[in-house]
Design a protein around this ligand. Structure first.
Ligand code: ZN
Length: 271
């Protein structure tokens, strides 16, 4: 029997105005898509896997993002202490995904070796590619290598019973998605291999990339993984995720924080 996992998406920050032209090649300047920021957690019994660590709150206002809740408080809301987490899977190393590595002092980390090679080598001589990373955070990742707290992955494989990782390069060199077994079937946690449902449906070309053709090919592979059932995909930044899934915790203004994306959606999808 394959193990089933509860899958949480934590909405920790938001950017209410993010226009299509700022997101995709050929996008319309007046179409506001908004952008939500998530990190994720898988839980099965007492086992917890945190997926990415969110953006550093201190860096967000200067970048026009509004932090809503600390990742420690988001996790505490569902009974998990960040300081006790032992496993953190990193889907890629963009600034909004590795900004709180030291919030997990006891954790071991996993990341694709292609990502680590990219962020510490010639790719970073291109300002356009480097712009999605923060030097101090990349340096911290290197520090974790020397502390023997990182395991490198190469391609696709099994991370845990019921959790497979899939290399989906293009947005970044080592962008990774997770295929997770849940009580309602298999879920593809796409992270930023797919930022928005419509991006995948229409094969739109996101403006931040390491390799555009590889990125488009990965969109297509993500679609093949879900075989037309959009309820089986969780994109990395789509505000529809926030409003489609049942929430276990909320901000004081009532907005959702901890979303149970392994449960049936409570709202239809707009494509
Ligand atoms: Zn992201």
């Amino acid at each position: 029997m394959t193990k089933n996992w509860e899958v949480y998406a934590f909405r920790y920050a938001a950017m209410p105005e993010r226009y299509e032209a700022e997101l995709f090649i050929g996008g319309r300047p007046d179409a506001n898509w908004g952008m939500d920021y998530f990190f994720w957690m898988l839980r099965s019994g007492t086992e917890v896997i945190v997926v990415d660590t969110g953006a550093n709150a201190a860096k967000m206002p200067a970048k026009g993002r509004t932090p809503l809740i600390s990742i420690e408080d988001a996790l505490a809301g569902v009974g998990v202490k960040a300081e006790d987490v032992s496993q953190v899977f990193l889907t890629h190393a963009h600034w909004d995904h590795i900004g709180n590595l030291d919030s997990f002092p006891k954790a071991h980390f996993w990341i694709q070796q292609a990502e680590m090679a990219s962020i510490t080598g010639p790719d970073m001589t291109f300002a356009k590619i480097r712009g999605a990373y923060q030097a101090d955070e990349v340096q911290r990742l290197v520090g974790l290598v020397y502390e023997d707290r990182i395991t490198f992955l190469d391609g696709d494989g099994c991370f845990a019973d019921g959790v497979d990782y899939l290399l989906m390069p293009g947005h970044s060199a080592g962008q990774t998605a997770l295929r997770i077994s849940t009580t309602s079937g298999q879920l593809l946690l796409a992270s930023d291999a797919v930022h928005y449902y419509r991006e995948a449906a229409e094969e739109l070309c996101f403006l931040a990339f390491n390799d555009a053709k590889a990125m488009l090919s990965s969109l297509r592979r993500c679609k093949a993984e879900i075989a037309g059932d959009w309820d089986r995909m969780i994109p990395g930044h789509d505000p529809q995720v926030t409003w489609r899934y049942p929430a276990e915790t909320h901000l004081s203004n009532g907005d959702p924080v901890a979303l149970r994306v392994d449960l049936a959606p409570i709202k239809g999808l707009e494509l």
